[in-house]
Design a binder for this molecule. Structure first.
Ligand code: ATP
Length: 283
């Protein structure tokens, strides 16, 4: 039996460049992981089945689950002679912009590799991961990265300068697909410079990193759910250095260099958001 942690991600930047012929958007974004985890336990079975145990109303326990899909790829690709029971303990909020499902799939790729002693590199696992989702390759490595293509091409970056991350997940779910459908690429928008942000991270320059954070999808999701703007305003008023939506939302994160600053942001959120986490970047 082996254990794997699946950590949530946040987007420091997210820019959508154009819509490709295959229907995906070409993106440029910097993602990093934070210490908010789902926990997975993987055990070999006597038969050749994949059994997924997860007790959550909104998380499927069949082949719709990304962790199941990852296990299936590994079983077929490497002709594994026994199946696997995966027990998934969810902590990462669902449909939140924190890549919970993608991270569970990534942890399954890593876990299957260890359980069956396949000796595959993370790069090989990340290649398999790209077959079932755009963010899963990033999650396989779990390292801060500049991600391009449809998100699966990675340039690893150093860990961002130390700071506190306050996550606020409003009581709504957002479908990534819906947000991309509503995105109007012809609308004017503020420039998002992921390369400048990457350079700031490489230089360990917190203030410069913050200056370049941005998310092209933020305005789209705010239009559907104004609570996101309220959460951003609340965080900024309470002293966050920056507040930004992650992924396609609805989770908003605030960054704070100092612990007492982060605590006052958490306190300020108490009146308007039930699900709040104060965490650290891992990547
Ligand atoms: P992203 O940030 O990559 O867009 P997300 O955090 O917005 O992802 P998820 O929590 O991954 O969204 O879930 C989106 C949908 O995927 C859920 O509604 C659920 O039905 C389905 N799903 C499939 N596998 C999982 C999983 N392992 N955990 C959670 N949801 C899953």
């Amino acid at each position: 039996m082996i254990y794997e942690n699946a950590s949530a991600k946040i987007n420091l930047t997210l820019d959508t460049l154009y819509k490709r012929e295959d229907g995906y958007h070409e993106v440029e974004m910097i993602m990093t992981t934070v210490d908010l985890y789902d926990r997975l336990t993987l055990e070999k079975r006597k038969d050749k089945q994949i059994v997924l145990k997860v007790e959550h109303l909104y998380v499927p326990n069949d082949n719709r689950n990304l962790a199941y899909k990852a296990a299936k790829i590994m079983m077929e690709r490497y002709n594994l002679d026994s199946g696997v029971t995966i027990t998934l303990d969810k902590t990462i909020p669902i449909a939140a912009g924190l890549a919970g499902g993608s991270s569970d799939a990534a942890a399954t790729f890593r876990g299957m590799n260890r359980l069956f002693e396949l000796g595959l590199s993370l790069d090989t696992l990340a290649e398999h991961a790209a077959e079932i989702g755009s963010d899963i390759s990033f999650c396989v490595h779990g390292k801060t990265s500049l991600c391009t293509g449809r998100g699966e091409q990675l340039k690893h970056l150093p860990k961002p300068p130390a700071c506190w991350v306050i996550l606020a997940k409003p009581d709504i779910s957002v479908s990534t697909q819906e947000v991309y459908t509503a995105l109007d690429l012809s609308k004017p928008h503020a420039k998002i410079d992921s390369k400048a942000c990457a350079e700031a991270i490489e230089n360990g320059d917190y203030n410069e990193m913050i200056r370049h954070l941005g998310n092209r999808l933020e305005a789209v999701t705010i239009e559907m759910h104004p609570i996101i703007q309220t959460l951003k305003d609340t965080m900024m008023k309470a002293g966050a250095d920056i507040a930004m939506m992650s992924g396609s939302g609805p989770t908003v994160y605030g960054l704070a260099a100092k612990e007492r600053q982060a605590k006052s942001v958490v306190n300020a959120l108490k009146g308007c958001c039930k699900e709040v986490y104060m965490v650290r970047m891992l990547g």
